[in-house]
Design a protein around this ligand. Structure first.
Ligand code: BES
Ligand code: MN
Length: 461
């Protein structure tokens, strides 16, 4: 028999095959027509957890029967040993060739050391790195000295409507000494990073209407406040020319960027700039000039217009005065901002600035999520740093991620400590066309999780 690290290396090819099998299942949680695929994946994961040697595994249906959780447990380390909870999500964003994919979105394709597929990086990479790490630990002679719980969520991409209520109703199911949230990205293929913060989120739909129906712009134009124009006027007043949000009260509770943040984030700035140039490649960087790029991306709140719709956009001329227009807005939040309060500030501001010539209706998108900030000096963070250093051969730097994983804040209530372990890359193009992973990150991720389990088991976590 071998140790878990060797086992993982010997089984790399099979692990990659299994990962591709999961990738082929279209686990799109936002689209009801894929509910069966999501359910099939949950069952696949349950069977996988039993096959890799966990004591028990079950699929738990969420209300309305959709987007089940797959939960697994291994308690072989005994009652006195600590428990690690590993969280990942297996649902994915929608994807279609027409969005700009060079390959079939749900057919894994390997090219130049990368694997392309929807869900490759967000977040089946994490699901499989962690499950294969657990398999490697359970298959070796020296069994882990920690108990392991695995929770795999099927509705993270549609806003985690039910999981927080599930934790609140069954806190013991997810209770742990350390919760490892595995999602997100490191800085570069050869530069691991530890995420010590995630942003929260809130959002709304803003509907503007004026005339009862679409009108001839010749008959009526000049006498009606065009809803698209009015919407744009409102949206244009939500930021100033520095990129700062102008909503009164929005920044009231925002936790300041500390000198420790600045010192840590200055180290990641060159990496982030390089990624920005590679992935974003807009004519120039934009945003709050008093904050460096990693702060704008992780430590500052934002208000983003995600979509805008209205009027006629087809071929040829149509001289229409549209009846309505709408926009989708989300805000990324930082620690101490209450999602409900931030949303209220935005809604009240819009109500205040909306002219009386139009009607405005606002629909909050539920639920929001709170931001999290982790202690970079905590023991679990030190164990994670040791794991990354072992797997990559390079010490990690520390960054704050801009994305949101809604379960994280709730996990802080049922786990003594939380760490975030990310194995993807921003160049993995999560949510976009040609989503991919750098294959080596999959293999390093497995080694990293094995090491993390080892280090915590030895009492250093
Ligand atoms: N994997 C992301 C979260 C993430 C992104 C973590 C970047 C770290 C860095 C996750 O799957 C995601 O996309 N979350 C959504 C949550 C939303 C739908 C509530 C997000 O951040 O937009
Ligand atoms: Mn995502």
């Amino acid at each position: 028999m071998s140790n878990p690290y060797q086992y993982a290396k010997r089984n790399q090819e099979r692990f990659l095959d299994e990962y591709q099998e999961l990738l082929r299942i279209r686990t799109i949680s936002t689209q009801p027509q894929h509910a069966e695929d999501v359910a099939r994946a949950a069952e696949w994961l349950r069977e996988m957890m039993l096959r890799i040697g966990m004591d028990s595994a079950e699929v738990i249906l969420m209300p309305a029967g959709r987007c089940p959780l797959a939960l697994g447990e291994w308690n072989g380390a005994g009652e006195a040993a600590p428990t690690i909870l590993i969280y990942c999500h297996y649902d994915v964003q929608p994807a279609e060739v027409a969005d700009g994919w060079d390959t079939e979105p749900f057919e894994p394709t390997i090219k130049d050391g990368r694997l392309y597929c929807r869900g490759a990086v967000d977040s089946k990479l994490h699901v499989m790195s962690n499950l294969k790490a657990v398999e490697s630990c359970l298959a070796s002679d020296d069994k882990p000295k920690v108990n392991i719980k695995v929770v795999l969520e099927g509705e993270e991409e549609s806003g985690s409507e039910n999981i927080n209520a599930f934790i609140a109703a069954h806190p013991e199911r997810l209770a742990a000494d350390i919760a490892m949230i595995s999602d997100g990205a490191i800085l570069a293929p050869d530069q691991p990073s530890l995420t010590y913060g995630l942003r929260g989120i809130t959002g709304l739909e803003l509907h503007v209407s004026a005339p009862v129906s679409d009108l001839h712009s010749g008959h009526w134009g000049g006498s009606v406040h065009n809803p698209i124009q009015a919407l744009c006027e409102i949206l244009a007043r939500l930021h100033d020319e520095n990129g700062t949000v102008t909503v009164p009260g929005f920044y009231d509770d925002v936790a300041a960027v500390t000198p420790q943040d600045r010192a840590l984030l200055e180290k990641v700035e060159p990496f982030m700039q390089a990624e920005w140039d590679d992935v974003v490649s807009a004519p120039s960087v934009w945003g709050e000039s008093e904050y460096i790029l990693p702060e704008r991306l992780g430590a500052r709140p934002t208000l983003e217009i995600n979509g805008i719709h209205g009027g006629y956009t087809g071929a040829g001329m149509k001289t229409v005065l549209p009846a309505r227009a709408f926009a989708k807005i989300t805000c990324r939040l930082v620690p101490h901002q209450d999602p409900a309060r931030a949303l209220r500030c935005v809604m009240e501001h819009i109500k205040r600035i909306a002219p009386s010539s139009i009607s405005v209706e606002m629909r909050p998108s539920e639920p929001g999520a709170e931001a999290v900030l982790l202690d970079v000096d905590g023991p679990a963070m030190a164990a994670a740093a040791e794991a990354y250093t072992f797997a990559w051969g390079v010490e990690p730097v520390y960054e704050r991620a801009g994305g949101s994983v809604p379960i994280t804040f709730e996990c802080m209530k049922v786990a003594k400590e939380v760490v975030i372990m990310s194995y993807g890359l921003k160049s993995g193009r999560a949510h976009g066309p040609n989503e991919n992973i750098y294959l080596q990150n999959f293999y390093n991720g497995i080694q990293s999780t094995i090491k993390f389990i080892d280090v915590v088991g030895e009492g250093r976590g």
